[in-house]
Design a protein around this ligand. Sequence first.
Ligand code: PAF
Length: 279
Amino acid sequence: MLIFESVSALQQHLQENSNKSIGFVPTMGALHKGHLSLIDASQQKCELTVCSIFVNPTQFNKQEDLEKYPRNIEQDLKLLEQKKCDVVFLPTVEEMYDNYTFQEFDFGSLGNVMEGEHRPGHFNGVANVIQRFFEIINPTYAFFGEKDFQQLAIVKALVKQISSPTKIIGCPILREETGLAMSSRNERLNSSDRNEAQLIYKLLSDVKQKYLTCSVADMKNYFAENLTKTKKFELEYFDIADGNTLQPIADWSQSNYCVAFTAVNVGNVRLIDNITIFN
Ligand code: PAF
């Protein structure tokens, strides 16, 4: 496994391997099995896999969240080594952005709802870092988890906007045994909160099971009422939306690809999750 900290050294290596298809897995570190499944997907499809570890400051709308974001570089490198990942890119903020002009992207209605509404500037930060990575690496394929469903939609829109040849692949959510979606942020939960956080997926699963006999409004009430019975959970949003446009629906007949999305604060740890209700 080769580790590069500079853009020029990484590009030199990729140049020497220009006959190979490149799979790219961008991460912010604190790797878990969900990330490793993206590495697997890349290794199955591509001849050379590049994983980046970069806690991107421009996508955090709260300084505290950036400071508290879990960092565990030694363990991350061990896991990537075990996976036989070909290349790890570990840039500093200066290395990433010194020669880069920040852009204002507009993703229209895709970017105004849910995460876009609740985390102003977040998707612009994500779009800029992905554009910068693609400029450096020019991957054949890039792999993103479906836990960040809206991010995946935004990245697909981004490649169209910037006419990037990179193909975007979404990979299924991995869950802990309790059902809690795997996330680097789970590490910040104490063990009792981590256990109780399984309620999020339980309620999402209930919605999927009940939808045929209940209205969209009933399901929204059901989720909110049951989640907030546990005092330490604060519901930021629960939305039922079309999986392509991400626009909320008021009636099941308004979509043939329907997804439920939520963001929940457990203490000061913000968790997101989603479930496809039907497609
Ligand atoms: O999903 C993440 O971890 C980040 O948003 C990403 C895609 C690595 C960009 O910084």
